[in-house]
Design a binder for this molecule. Structure first.
Ligand SMILES: Cc1cc2nc3c(=O)[nH]c(=O)nc-3n(C[C@H](O)[C@H](O)[C@H](O)COP(=O)(O)OP(=O)(O)OC[C@H]3O[C@@H](n4cnc5c(N)ncnc54)[C@H](O)[C@@H]3O)c2cc1C
Length: 401
């Protein structure tokens, strides 16, 4: 029988970061994933994420940030509503920082985390590993693995993403609603340089984001729209799609041209009502998913695992068990508060911009213009986007100058 202190199911960004955060503690750790091990290859930039300063600080402390060779900083942000005068702009200069955030290749991040983990002798990574059954008691967890026999662990962490197998096996209840949006993702070449500015336009059907990559003429798009329009766009020949995309972006970056395949993701809000069941705990997308319009999902998940690792570290220092119920409930309370704030903010954005009533549009336009002129309000919005607000785990906090 294999025995571990902590077993982490899911080697995505959250699961691998947690393993690395715990690796220097006196713990025996297992990471299991049903897929293959991430490989350090040239980043495809097919799936990217906007990471904020808090995530950068965390990943820098783990010695991973410096390996993200494709991380592209952005220094400005422009948000506007189509067919309206409403717009708001943010700049790093105005915020007194070097950059507002970074566009990071998801696979390169996983590969860099895994690469670091391989130097840790107390962490076993089991890829292409499938769980058949989980039995969760008040003392521990027993996993039955396909072709590998049983595994016993004091603490089981579900980091297995939005469709979490662990959450479903243990019948942990989840609330969800369909955003009625499909996100189309691709790399796009622009005739005008992006000048390291992240742009987002709110169209009547949903937001279109243009995220600047390291190449000054390359952006990653996230076009969230109705499932019907998404299907139409996907069925279009490339030239027709390029025209539709250029028009949707108000040609702010000149002519836009697809540079990769289009991939498509249905968007749902998910929120587990219980994040802890006996000695099992949910983190990141297994606990919550939000609309990508503010690029916060991965940032939120990284802060979940930093919070959990911090509390486990404190338990060990106080010579208390790593799976103590009180500690797990503290984690749940701490991170639920942060997730709820973002879920509510995303809903307000989506609902707010979804309404096409001309009077509401006028009010929104005035509101955005006013906000753009109010440094204090802008500062507050920006602190949240940079990841500098809220109750941050120690390792992600800004250093006091
Ligand atoms: C279109 C789009 C754009 C986004 N853009 C941004 C952005 O700009 N910024 C941002 O912060 N966030 C963004 N997000 C959110 C971000 O992608 C997710 O929050 C993040 O990837 C979740 O990481 P995770 O580790 O929790 O889950 P995942 O990345 O889903 O990893 C889960 C892992 O678990 C494994 N697994 C699954 N089931 C099992 C099983 N049964 N047994 C073993 N292993 C299993 C999987 O193989 C996988 O490796 C975006 C999301 C979408 C859909």
């Amino acid at each position: 029988m294999q025995e571990y202190d902590v077993s982490i199911v899911g080697a995505g960004s959250a699961g691998l970061t947690l393993a690395l955060l715990l690796a220097d503690l006196p713990l025996k750790i297992a990471v299991l994933d049903k897929g293959p091990a991430p490989e350090l290859v040239t980043p495809s930039l097919q799936r990217v994420s906007a990471l904020n300063q808090a995530s950068k600080r965390l990943l820098s402390q783990l010695g991973v940030w410096q390996d993200l060779t494709s991380a592209a900083p952005y220094t400005d942000m422009k948000v506007w509503e189509a067919d309206s005068f409403g717009r708001i702009e943010f700049s790093a200069l105005e915020q007194g920082c070097d950059e507002l955030g970074f566009i990071v290749d998801n696979e390169q991040l996983r590969a860099a985390l895994y690469n670091k983990l391989q130097t840790k002798t107390n962490v076993s990574c089991l890829f292409q590993s499938r769980i058949q059954n989980i039995s969760n008691s008040e003392q521990q967890n027993l996993l039955t693995l396909e072709g590998q026999g049983p595994m016993l662990c004091k603490l089981l962490v579900a980091a297995d993403g939005a469709h979490s197998f662990v959450r479903q096996q243990l019948h942990m209840p989840i609330a969800f609603w369909d955003y009625q949006h499909q996100a189309l993702v691709a790399q796009v070449r622009t005739s005008e340089p992006h000048q390291r500015c992240a742009r987002q336009v709110f169209l009547p059907t949903g937001p279109l984001a243009l995220l600047p990559l390291a190449d000054p003429h390359l952006v990653s798009i996230v076009w969230s729209t109705s499932p019907e329009q998404a299907a139409e766009l996907q069925a279009m020949p490339a030239q027709q799609f390029n025209k539709a995309l250029t028009a949707a972006s108000n040609a702010v970056l000149g002519l836009l041209q697809l540079e990769s395949d289009l991939s498509s993701y249905p968007l749902k809000m998910r929120y587990a009502s219980e994040w802890v069941l006996n000695k099992t705990v949910l983190v990141a997308d297994a606990a919550h998913t939000i609309h990508p319009l503010a690029g916060q999902g991965m940032n939120l998940g990284l802060m979940d695992v930093a919070a959990l690792a911090e509390l486990i570290d404190q338990q060990i220092s106080a010579q208390k068990p790593v799976n103590e119920q009180r500690m797990l409930r503290n984690y749940e309370r701490w991170r639920k508060a942060e997730a709820q704030t973002l879920i509510a903010a995303m809903e307000a954005f989506k609902q707010g911009f979804g309404r096409q009533n001309p009077l509401l549009k006028l009010v929104r336009g005035v509101g955005m213009k006013l906000t753009d002129k109010l440094p204090f309000v802008k500062q507050k919005i920006m602190a949240a986007a940079l990841g500098d607000s809220g109750d941050l785990p120690q390792r992600a906090r800004p250093t006091v100058k």
